[in-house]
Design a protein around this ligand. Structure first.
Ligand SMILES: [Zn+2]
Length: 288
């Protein structure tokens, strides 16, 4: 974890597979990632050391199989369909012993964002998957030898980072790479915004707490310049409606007032949750 923190700007930046290959333990090279398989288990260990989610370009036909559940936690699919495959067993050992793992999330060709420590907190055998979180319930109790070395890496930031890449990919895909407010269709200018911020405990990283928004509309939502009613109608803060200024104010904000969202997910279960919108809209009204 120290090694990664030095090289990845405390886990904020992605690394290339070549950079990841440089890791040495006691002077000997020790691969941290398995480039052929998803799950890395060094022969000298019984538990897995890392697992990997491969890069899929935005708009790819096949969405992430490793997805976020309704509880906001990441799912990691078994290798194949045999729960007793050695790779699946290695993840199960890490789960049972509450050992920390590294999750490599592919963000481009041969580029991975390492998130650490993460823990396998439970298994969903019917769905052939494990559940991943940034904290392991009980792993860091007084009897845990891991406490000193691992605890300092477990921060709110790690938890946020764990959810961010899949949340983004899932939300952008659900909105067909369109801003919900203005329908702008350029991935580079789009964010996956939270309806309830992720610092709030209700701010789960599920699609129904998300909106694909362009940079301007994301900032406008977060600063309460723009609100979304539970019936999916956009409102702009009152004082901005009377201002006279350039095209961004006029077309981008004022003319969106009273209009319905322009892009919504096809699947009903992926559309913005009306109860969450109600809470956020209440805050927008109170701020205005
Ligand atoms: Zn927009």
């Amino acid at each position: 974890m120290d090694w990664f923190s030095l090289r990845s700007n405390d886990g904020a930046d992605a690394l290339t597979t070549d950079e990841i290959k440089d890791f040495r333990f006691d002077g000997a090279p020790l691969p941290l990632m398995d480039l052929q398989r998803g799950i890395r288990k060094p022969a000298v260990l019984e538990a897995a050391l890392s697992f990997r989610t491969v890069y899929r370009p935005e708009g790819a036909d096949r969405p992430y199989e490793d997805a976020v559940g309704v509880d906001g936690l990441i799912r990691y699919k078994y290798r194949g369909t045999d729960p007793d495959h050695p790779d699946n067993r290695a993840l199960r050992v890490a789960m049972n012993r509450r050992l920390p793992l590294i999750w490599f999330f592919g963000v481009g060709t041969a580029r991975y964002l390492p998130t650490y420590p993460v823990f396998i907190i439970k298994e969903e055998p019917n769905e052939l998957q494990f559940v991943v979180d940034a904290v392991s319930r009980g792993a860091l109790g007084a009897d845990s030898a891991l406490e000193e070395t691992v605890k300092r890496y477990i921060t709110v930031e790690t938890r946020r980072r764990l959810h961010q890449p899949i949340f983004r990919a899932t939300v952008i895909r659900a909105y067909n790479t369109r801003c919900a407010v203005c329908a702008l269709g350029h991935a580079q200018l789009l964010d996956a915004a939270h309806i309830i911020p992720d610092r709030d405990e209700r701010g789960i990283a599920a699609v129904r707490n998300g909106l694909a928004l362009c940079k301007i509309h994301h900032a406008a939502l977060d600063s309460h310049i723009l609100g979304v009613r539970p019936d999916y109608v956009v409102e702009i803060r009152d004082d901005l409606l009377h201002e006279v200024d350039g095209p961004m104010l006029r077309y981008g904000l004022q003319e969106r007032h009273g209009e319905r969202l322009m892009a919504l997910p096809t699947a009903r279960s992926e559309r913005p949750d009306r109860a969450l919108l109600e809470v956020a809209y209440g805050e927008f009204r109170a701020a205005g």
